[in-house]
Design a protein around this ligand. Sequence first.
Ligand SMILES: Cc1ncc(COP(=O)(O)O)c(C=O)c1O
Length: 408
Amino acid sequence: MPLPPNEEFYRIKKLPPYVFAVINEMRDKARAAGIDIVDMGMGNPDGATPQPAVEKVIEAVQDPLNHRYSVSRGILPLRQAIVDRYAEQYGVTLDVDQEAIVTVGAKDALAHMLLAILGPGDLVVSPNPAYPIHYYGVVMAEGEAHMLPMPDAATFLQGLKAMYKNGKIPKVILISFPNNPTTVCVDLDFMREIVELAREHGTYIIHDFAYAELGFDGYRPPSILQVSGAADYAVEIYSMTKSFNMAGWRVAYVLGNRRLIAALTRIKSYLDYGIFQPIQLASVVALRECQDAPAEICAVYQRRRDVLVECLHAAGWPVEPPKASMFLWARMPEPFQSMGSLEFAKLLMKEAQIAVSPGIGFGPLGEGFVRFSMIEEDDRVRPAIARVGTFLRKHGVAPALQPEAVHV
Ligand SMILES: Cc1ncc(COP(=O)(O)O)c(C=O)c1O
């Protein structure tokens, strides 16, 4: 009997293997060989979920009523809880039925929103480097992904305006601030300008707000929905992953524009029956009873940021301290630029026993950089970065800077 043809599948052809898998595989092999790799690669929070949410999931799982299918768009108490949080935190009023939906994490929200609203060739503009699904979600939905460089927010905005001026009108602007991987931050005026562009040209906006709660030194990342009238154009994705240390639970929300949310609701009604109900009930508890958790989690990252920046400076690798997120985005020292970020990340792991994410994994404009995730404790980070210092010196990079050159 003939086997099916051995061709590459139509969509799979467009999806290159995840660059980060190469580093993860190397890390796992080294660890299996007994080498202790300090993992600052993936943005996978190491902290525990708030205890009341853990207790609620244990209680709720005992009730057979919670073993049934749940509701694809999320149970009403959970949608109400996030709508209430937005009212308290941002002064934003949302309709719980038409302007809020629960999703299986932000990745599900992005992938299925793009699938729901894009047709072949529809243009989506987003900054580069970027979180991979921002680009590949568009590719999978057969839209046209247009990347604009984002060394900083103003340059991105200029590029966007120039694009409109040249008659290239996107259907969707897809942005995310605080940004992963670059940690670029914006203020509410930036969001106003984006909404203004959308209003002038009839463009939708998707704002991935994965790092909503992780602003440092008093900086509070703005919600795009704080801009008056933003919901006529925009949705915002708020995730429990980083804000509440709930990465594995897979809970996020899409909030704002009714047409976009109706489209996502429709497509998800075909795809899933909602998140396991005990998890939804526990998420209600997290939002209602653990309101201080995001600030506490943020304080941990801020402290780790200070330690990492201080250690990198001492190692002879001067970096910009991030103002938000759980990452540090570092330009590779000059002698390594020509080898590319993947080879550099491999070399760092081999010689300094530390895993970082190569910038190329975030798109072509990420080349020349690596990303550190702040997911290891200080007592592991300090010796790891000291090893990086030894590694740099071995490769001819100048030794430690004077203390007065250290800016934390
Ligand atoms: C910008 C951005 N969006 C979305 C996600 C994924 O979030 P979730 O766990 O809610 O799917 C991440 C995770 O690293 C991210 O950096």
